[in-house]
Design a binder for this molecule. Sequence first.
Ligand code: SAM
Ligand code: DTB
Ligand code: SF4
Length: 325
Amino acid sequence: MTQTQWNEEALLALLDQPFFELIYQASSVHRQHFKYEEMEFCTLSNIKTGSCPEDCAYCPQSAHYKTGLKKEKLSSLDTVLNEARLAKQNGAKRFCMGAAWRKPNARDLPQVVEMIQGVKALGLETCVTLGLLEKEDAQALKEGGLDFYNHNLDTSAEFYPSIISTRTYEDRLNTLKHVMDAGLQVCCGGIVGMGETRLDRIRMLLTLSQLPQPPKSIPINQLIPIEGTPLADTPPLDPFELIKTIALTRIVFPSSIIRLSAGRENMSDETQAWCFMAGANSIWIGDRLLTAKNPGLDRDVQLLEKLNMKIPVRENVTQHAAQET
Ligand code: SAM
Ligand code: DTB
Ligand code: SF4
């Protein structure tokens, strides 16, 4: 399949249109590839918390900043499987396990593989995000049965060094290469609201579009400002910039799942609804992301009800009832 070759001018021109034209285009593309009334539910589990050696300026788990987070060792298999069972009951399709590591070590990786196998056996899609990977790590995860690897570009190559100094953009791209070479599906996106420009957001999308395969899953996070991190006092992004970023992402990646990821706790229902209209079709459910707050399932169900959208937790209950009769 040939992919459209996008460039900065074309994406800037899309943004320069009247807002409603941009949303109309994005929404039309969305409807061609997805059922617009459907929302994917996914769940996160933090399998190793805090004391990360990297210095990502947004992150509550970096050992470089005093964020008051209690560090925790690798979770037990039982803890993770209990969370996964609950996620499944609540309608989640994918279960993502995150670890605050620069990269996984040889001792921990087999334990993560056990978690992947247990979660998969419950009938959930599996995703992990463990930091940088060597070729062999990616292959071991694939052999262990993993479906997706999450590794975000986060922003443009130009803005990246003002956010992280302990690794390079090239390091991130190399990991993505190992992930794709191993035959894993890629979940890769970024963060908006870190003080970047529109052009940075566009450049990040262009870099994503130039990967050998477009990511199947694209999380768009809005910065959650965390006390103690260098980005704690970053002024909030205008919600329309977030909505427009989602619209551009949908137009550039017509058939990818776009997740309105971190930051929904601080968004109005209306902003979220516009993001869904612009093409976002996946959310994290549950009270917590990795460490930060997320709207609880009740608020999400209420919002989807107001919008007359399908609610996965109910679909799950109906399926179970049908299986039992
Ligand atoms: N350590 C791994 C890594 O960096 O790839 C995985 C975990 S890391 C927490 C996953 C992603 O969460 C980051 O790439 C970033 O996009 C997002 N994230 C972390 N802190 C955030 C914050 N305060 N606000 C919004 N997104 C955040
Ligand atoms: C992604 O892009 N966002 C998720 C997931 N991938 C791992 C993580 C969001 C973390 C938000 C901050 C926190 O909870 O600590
Ligand atoms: Fe570590 Fe990931 Fe947080 Fe960066 S984003 S400090 S790599 S946990």
